[in-house]
Design a protein around this ligand. Structure first.
Ligand code: ATP
Ligand code: MG
Length: 193
C-alpha cells in the first residue's frame, strides 16, 4: 500500500435504517444503457420461483426466438411466458404491425396484472412501448399503480420514463462501462441469451 492510497474500510456499523416496514409488493425498474437489465429481472424470477410464487413474464420488442435461454428454463419451471415481440425495429418491414402487436401485448399484460394470479410479473423491454410512442405512458403507469396489492412488478428497458421512475420503489440504472460488443464480439449463447 503506497502513501497516496486510502486505507480500505470495512463497514462495522449496520447501514440499514431503523423501523423498516414490510411492503405488500414492489415495483422494480432496471434501466440504463449497460448490460444486465433483463438478466437481473430473470434473477428475480429465480428467487420468486424458489418461494413457489406464480410468475408471469411478458416480453416486448424482441422476437420469441431471441431470449431462448431464460424462456426455456422459465417454461420448464412453470412460468407463464408471453412473447409479443417482432424482433428489432430496424429489421421490421412494417412498423405499424409491430406497434399493434406491442399494444396487444400490453393489453394482455394488463389483464395478467389485474387478475392477480401471479405474485411476480416481469415486463421485459416494456419501456420501449412508451419511448417509441406506441403506448401512452399514462396507460402504462395507471394499471401498474392500480395493481392488486400482492403483485410485484419488474420492468426492464432503456430510457425509463420519469412517470415510471416516480411510480417505482426501486430503480437501477445500468451504466455501460464497457461491453464486449464494442470490441467486435457477438452475443454469446449462455451469457447473453
Ligand atoms: P441482458 O439481457 O444481457 O441483461 P440488457 O437487458 O441490459 O442485457 P438489452 O438492451 O435488452 O440489454 O439488450 C440485450 C442484448 O444486447 C444482450 O445480448 C446484451 O449483451 C446486449 N447489450 C446490452 N447492453 C449493451 C451495450 N451497452 N452495448 C452492446 N450490447 C449490449
Ligand atoms: Mg433486456
Amino acid at each position: 500500500m503506497t502513501d497516496n492510497q486510502p486505507e480500505p474500510t470495512v463497514p462495522t456499523e449496520d447501514p440499514r435504517p431503523d423501523g423498516l416496514r414490510r411492503a405488500d409488493s414492489l415495483v422494480i425498474v432496471n434501466t440504463g444503457n449497460g448490460k444486465g437489465k433483463s438478466s437481473a429481472a430473470f434473477g428475480v424470477m429465480v428467487r420468486a420461483l424458489a418461494r413457489d410464487w406464480n410468475v408471469a413474464v411478458v416480453q416486448f420488442i424482441k422476437s420469441g426466438d431471441w431470449n431462448v435461454g431464460e424462456e426455456k428454463l422459465g417454461r420448464r419451471l412453470g412460468v407463464d411466458w408471453h412473447s409479443f415481440g417482432d424482433g428489432f425495429t430496424w429489421d421490421s418491414d412494417d412498423l405499424s404491425n409491430d406497434k399493434a402487436h406491442a399494444a396487444e401485448g400490453w393489453a394482455r399484460a394488463v389483464e395478467i396484472i389485474d387478475a392477480g394470479h401471479h405474485q411476480l410479473v416481469i415486463l421485459d423491454e416494456l419501456t420501449y412501448l412508451s419511448s417509441f410512442g406506441w403506448v401512452d405512458i399514462g396507460d402504462i403507469t395507471a394499471p401498474i399503480a392500480a395493481r392488486p396489492r400482492h403483485v410485484n412488478i419488474v420492468v426492464t428497458g432503456r430510457d425509463a420514463a420519469p412517470e415510471l421512475v416516480d411510480l417505482a420503489d426501486t430503480v437501477t440504472e445500468m451504466r455501460d462501462v464497457k461491453h464486449a460488443y464494442n470490441a467486435g464480439i457477438r452475443a454469446m449463447r449462455g451469457i447473453d441469451y
